[in-house]
Ligand binder design. Structure first.
Ligand code: HAM
Length: 450
């Protein structure tokens, strides 16, 4: 039997994983400079947490969650809980059965943690970021996986000041700049609040009913279940009709209109470029007012590398105190794909290129007497922060150099009888073949210079 990773999940191997680490490192540095701290969340939660936060009618909850029934021990006392009894060595056990789900996103978990730890008592806004895998049973294709990764951040607190929205967007754009990702585009919208949105949704529904027979089956169904999602449609034959539908911007209440106008002014103040997109409604139910997405080049149809928005009221919906919230999640898989595409092209992201380098020194040693000296030198070079490969088996000179070359080493350092006698090492630059003899301190200074 041959085992393979299951459909839609994959391994991330070196050297690509080095780029992932650098991207995550950059996110930590930028987010921490804005006062965010890392939250490490569980991979699975009660199904109900996601159903209630994201919305039962959404694609994520209705079709895409990995949900399983698990036996939780002990059973507890509530009698409406499903249980399963079993026996071992004459002793009877009763386990409670719970529906659990692999997290499809992390905003719900962050809100759950906020409530669970009473974070509303903390001084100032609570600013948290997370990095890790999410799970959705979508149809796999390039840039769409069943286990994918997100780098996300959330701000929870008492204020819904649009300056917070602008700060979050500034942080996001600063992170993408740090990666030298070119061609990223920020799309922005306001989808109103619980006062003005229902009025708009009803108007939209009425307008959609009138064009019902010109729409595809999915959109027809959504007229009743979730008409906003019709605006998301990519079907070419629906585009012209969608352009004629009523737009949310014309139906925002005075507060939402002001909030959005203030946000745009804040973005201008920070020099952040954006494009308005009235059709940007997002696929999760918890959003209100500000919504946004970022696209990047080179990704084909799955080109959204980030999505986010404001979700005032979600904490309350989950049983917590009145709280405002805003955040985003970057799809790391897609971000990396876009960086790799850029690296392969002329323009090339230096950020991605730097990650491709992986070995500073390959040590070539001859004779049993040379090995202890090579091991000692390897230890010294590594403690200096250099990346060093020390082969365990002695090899012919030509074979060593060819392996060093194939491993992408920048230098070969040679230790044989001559070098041991002279107390100096031969160092060969593999790019041009130049060679010189250097004493240990000189060698370190030379390698450090690159
Ligand atoms: P989302 O738009 O569902 O938002 O996902 C955010 C990003 O995750 C997407 O833009 C995309 O890059 C990536 N992504 C989603 N599904 C997949 C997939 N199957 N394969 C690869 N990448 C994927 C959220 O998850 C919200 N929790 C974001 C948020 C945080 N809103 C407020 N705070």
């Amino acid at each position: 039997m041959k085992f393979q990773a299951i459909k839609g999940v994959r391994d991330i191997l070196p050297p690509e994983s080095a780029l992932w680490n650098r991207v995550e490192q950059a996110a930590r540095a930028v987010f921490e400079s804005f006062g965010f701290g890392e939250i490490r969340l569980p991979i699975f939660e009660q199904t109900e947490l996601f159903a209630r936060s994201i919305g039962a009618e959404t694609d994520v909850v209705s079709k895409e969650m990995f949900t399983f029934r698990a036996r939780v021990n002990p059973a507890g006392t509530e009698d409406d809980i499903e249980t399963e009894s079993w026996e071992r060595e004459g002793v009877a056990f009763t386990d409670r059965l719970e529906l659990l789900t692999l997290r499809p996103e992390a905003t719900a978990s962050v809100c759950r943690a906020y409530i669970e730890h009473g974070m509303q008592m903390l001084p100032g806004d609570v600013k948290l970021y997370y990095i890790g895998p999410m799970f959705r049973r979508e149809r796999p294709q390039k840039g769409r996986y069943r286990q994918f990764y997100q780098i996300g951040a959330e701000v929870l607190g008492a204020s819904d000041n649009p300056r917070i929205d602008a700060d979050v967007l500034e942080m996001l754009m600063m992170f993408l700049e740090r990666l030298q990702l070119s061609g990223a585009k920020l799309y922005l919208n306001s989808i109103g609040c619980k006062n003005c949105r229902p009025v708009y949704v009803e108007k939209l529904r009425e307008a959609l009913r009138k064009v019902n027979d010109k729409l595809g089956a999915d959109s027809q169904r959504r007229i009743e279940t979730n008409p906003l999602r019709v605006l998301d449609s990519k079907l070419p034959e629906e585009q012209e009709i969608i352009e004629t539908l009523p737009r949310i911007s014309e139906h925002l209440c005075a507060e939402c209109r002001q909030h959005f106008a203030d946000l745009l002014a804040q973005l201008a103040l920070r020099g952040i470029a954006y494009e308005l997109n009235w059709r940007l409604v997002r696929g999760l139910d918890y959003y209100m007012r500000t919504t946004f997405e970022i696209t990047a080049p080179g990704l084909g149809s799955q080109d959204a590398i980030c999505g986010g928005g404001r979700y005032d009221g979600l904490v309350e919906l989950l049983g917590g105190p009145p709280t405002k919230g805003i955040g985003f999640a970057i799809g790391t898989d897609r971000l990396i794909l876009s960086l790799q595409k850029a690296e392969a092209s002329e323009a090339g992201s230096a950020f991605a290129k730097a990650s491709a380098d992986k070995l500073d020194v390959f040590l070539v040693w001859f004779g049993a007497a040379a090995y202890p000296a090579a091991a000692k030198l390897a230890r010294r070079l590594r403690s200096e922060g250099l990346r060093v490969e020390l082969p365990a088996d002695e090899m012919k000179f030509k074979k060593s150099l060819s392996l060093a070359d194939r491993l992408g080493a920048r230098h070969a350092v040679i230790i044989g009888e001559d070098e041991l006698a002279a107390g100096a090492y031969s160092v060969k630059k593999l790019a041009d073949g130049t060679q010189q003899k250097l004493k240990e301190e000189e060698l370190i200074a030379y390698l450090r210079r690159g």
